[in-house]
Design a protein around this ligand. Sequence first.
Ligand SMILES: Nc1ncnc2c1ncn2[C@@H]1O[C@H](COP(=O)(O)OP(=O)(O)OP(=O)(O)O)[C@@H](O)[C@H]1O
Length: 890
Amino acid sequence: MADRRAQLAARVRQTLGEALGATRTRLAAAQTELAAERGRLDRVRQAAAAVPARVGAERDRRLAEIDAQHSARIAELSRRAADAARREAPGAATADWPQWHPTPARRAEPPGPLRVGTLAVPRGEPVPALVPLLDAGHVELTGGDRVAGEAVVAALLLRAVGRADPGAVRLTGYDPEHLGGGLAGFAPLGTAGLLTFVGPGGLGRLLDDLVEEIHRINSTVLAGEHRSLRELAAATGRRPEPWRMAVLLGGEEPSRHERSQLDRVVRTGAACGVHLVVRGLTLPEDATVARIRVEPGRVELAGAPPVNLDPAPPATLVTETCRALAARVNAGPEPTPFTDLLPPPDQMWREDSAADLIAPIGEGTDGQPVLVTLGDYPPHALIGGPSGTGKTNLIFAWIGALAARYSPAELEFYLLDFKEGVSFARFAQGRRDPSWLPHMRLVGINVNTDREFGLALLRFLAEELRRRADAAKKYEVTKLAELREVDPAGSWPRIVAVVDEFQMLLAGRDAVAREAADLLEDLARRGRSQGIHLVLASQDVRGIEALWGRPALVAQFTLRIALPKALRILAERNDAAQSLPRHHAVVNAESGLAEGNEIARIPSASDWETWSGLQHRLWRMRPPDAAPARLFDGDAIPRLVDAPDYQALSAPETGTLRAPTALLGEIIDVQARSAVLRLPRAPGRNLAVLGTRVDEACAVLAAAGRSLARQHRPGAARFSIACLDPDADSAARSLYTDLGDDVAWYDEETVTELMAETTAGLGTPGVGTPHYLLLFAVDAAAGALAARVGGQTGLEQLRRILHDGPERRTHVLAWWRGVARMRADLGGPAARTDQVGAWVALDTHGGELGASLYPGTGGPEWYPRPWRGLFFDRAVHRTGQTIIPYGHQR
Ligand SMILES: Nc1ncnc2c1ncn2[C@@H]1O[C@H](COP(=O)(O)OP(=O)(O)OP(=O)(O)O)[C@@H](O)[C@H]1O
C-alpha cells in the first residue's frame, strides 16, 4: 500500500512538476513577448515623437517647390504673352522708339493692336500693353495726367500711321481748346491732306461726315459681301479704303444729335475703318471701346494689371516720319504691279474672243480689277491725256492684259505711233531683243509725217473688213461670233488697231486726211460686227476736235479712257479726269457720261524689264509658224538688199525678160513692198527723177540700176552711166563699180558721145540688147548737148532716144534738177512730156508737176519732205505714190 501511495505521490509530483515546467515556459514566452511589445511601444513612441518635425520639413520643401514652379510658370507665361503680343502687333506697332520706323502691314495682313506701354508683371518679363484700334475699335482716355495722356495719343497715332501704307491713315483733329493733345508733331501730314483740323463748333459736321463715310462704305464697298473692311482685305488682299481716325480733344458737352452720331460711329465705325481717339468726351458702352485711365503715377487699361506707360515718341521722330510720309503721298501712289493684270502662267491664252475681248486695265477704288471690253458694245476706244500722263504705259498695260489672255489665233494687233519715239518698237523683233509679241502684225513707229502709212493701214483694215463681210454674207450671218461658229476652220481673230496721236492722220485738208476720215468712219461703223476694233489715242485736244467734226464717227467710240487732266475725252460736264491722281485713268464705257466713270489705278507696264518678262513668256509660247511683226520705222532708211522684191529678182537662164522692172524705193505700206517701174518695149518707158536733192536722186537711180542688173545675166544688158554733177560722183561711181563689165562711164566731156552712139544704135535693124542710160544731173550737160554733132544736137539725140528708145529696149532713167530744166531739155516749156512715162518728184512741189505730167489740173497734192519722193507712172497710176528711197545700198 505504501508503495502504491508512494507511486501515487510520485505520479502526482511528476504531474505537478510537468505543469509547473509548462507554466514556466509559458511565462517565459509571455515575458519575451511582453519585452518585445514594450520594445515596439518604445519604438512607436520614439517614432511618434519624431513625426511633427519631418512633416514640417516636407511641407516646407513642397512649398518651396511650388513656389519655384509658380515663378517659372509666371516667367514662361509672361514670355509667351510678350511673344504673342509682338507677333500680333509686329514692327511699328510695338517697337521701342530708338528702333522705331514704319513697317506697313502687307497686303492681307491685319495692322494689329498698338502698344502704349507694358503691363507690370511681378517676377515676369514685361508684356506689351496693347490697344486694339485700326480695324478694331476706339480709345477713350480719362484721368488727370494730361502730359501722359498726350503721350498715349501721340504713341497711338504714330504707331497707327507706321502700320499702314503711306496715305492709308487719314487723321482729323478736333481740338477746340487748343490743347495740342499730342497732335502737334503730326502737322506735316497736313501738306498731303492726311491731317485736317476741324474748328470749334465743327464736331457735329465731322461726326456727320464720318457717319456718311460709314454708310457709303457699307453700301458700296462692302456691299453685303463682307462684314468689314478687315474681312474684305483678308479675302481679296486689297484695301480699297483708308483708315479714318478722328482725334477729339475735349470741347463742350456734345448735343443730342452729336451724341447719337457718336454712338453710331462707335457701334459701326470699326468695321469700316473709322476710329475715334477721344479725351474729355465720354464714349458709350461698347465692346470696341478701350478705356485708358491716366492718373499721375498710375495708368490703367481696363481689365488689365497696371500699365507702365511708354515715353512719348521723340518729337523729331514724329515730325520726320510725317514729313517723309507726306512726301511719299505727294509723290503719288506706288503703282500696282503689272502682274495683277495677268492670269497665272498656266491660264494664259485660254480665253475665246468670239463674243468680245475683256481684260483688266488696272485696279478700281474698290480694289477690284477694272475690266475693259471691246466687242459689239463698246466697239472702239478713245484714249486721251496730255503728254507724260501715261498714255503709252496704258497702251502697254492693256495690250499686255489682252495678249496674256487671248492667243494670236484669237487676237491680232496693229499699232501705229505718229509721234517720235521707239517704245513700241519692242513689240517687233529687234537687234537687242530677238523676241516679239506674237499677236502683233504691224508696228509703225515714228510715223510722224508719213500719214500715207496710216492711210495704208486703214485701207488694209477696210480690205479685211470687206473680206469678213463677204464671208459673213456667204454664210448668211451678221456677226463675227456667228461667222466663227459656221466657219470654225477659218481664221477670224479679233483685230485691235491702235493709233497713237491719230490726230496727225486727220491733220490738213488734203486727200490723205479726207480718205483717212472716210475710212475711219466706215471702219468704226462696220468694224464693230466684224471684230475690228479701233483704239485711237491722242495727247492733243485738237485730235479729239478733229473727230468732233464728224459726229457719226465719234458716236462709235463709246469707250473713253481719260488720263489725268485729259480734256474733251469725257462728256462735257464730266470733269472726273481733272482731279485724277498720277497713274490713274477714268474708264468710261458710256460715251463719257459721268455715270459711267470708273477710276482705275494703272500699273507700270512699259519699263523694259516689266514688259519683256511677259513678252518673252508669250514669245516662247508662239506657234511654230509665227512670224515677227512688220516694223515700219519712219526714221529708218530701208536697204535695197533687204527688200523682199529685190531678193526675189533673178535673171532668166536664157534670153531677156519681156518687161524688166526697176525698183525705185519702198512704198509706204502695210507690207514692205517696192515701188516698181516696169520697162517693157513700149513708148514712154523712161523715168525722170525731179528735184535738187543729190542723195535721194542718186539713191533712186542706183536702186533702179542695181535692180535692173539683177535681171540680166552678165553680158546680156548694157548700162551707161553719165555723171554730170560732182556731188553725185561717189554714188554714181559706186554703182559703176557694182555693175561690173556691162557698164560704161561718161562725164561732161563724153556724154555727147553717149548720145550720138546710142542714137546711131537706134538706127540699126533689130531690137538689140537692153540698154539702160542712167543719167545723173543730165540738165548739167545742157551746154555740151546743145552743140551740134553731125546733123543733130545732143539734146535732139536725147529726145530721139527718149522717144524711140523704149521700143528698142533702150530706156533713159535720168535725173533732172527741176521740172523746168527737164522741159527745156525736152524742147521748151510747152514741149510734150509723154516720152517720160514715169517720174519721181523729190523737192518739187505738186504745182510744178501739172500740165502734161499729171492727170487733171494743178498737179498732185505733194509737199516735199526729206527722204521721200512721189512716184507716178502714167501707165499704172491714177494718183502718185509716196516712196522712201533705198539707202546704204550695200
Ligand atoms: N501707271 C504707271 N505707273 C508707273 N509709272 C508710270 C505709269 N504710267 C506712266 N508711267 C511713267 O511715266 C512716264 C510717262 O509715261 P508715258 O510715256 O506712258 O506717257 P505718255 O502720256 O505716253 O507721254 P507722251 O505722250 O509724252 O509719250 C514714263 O516714264 C512711264 O514709265
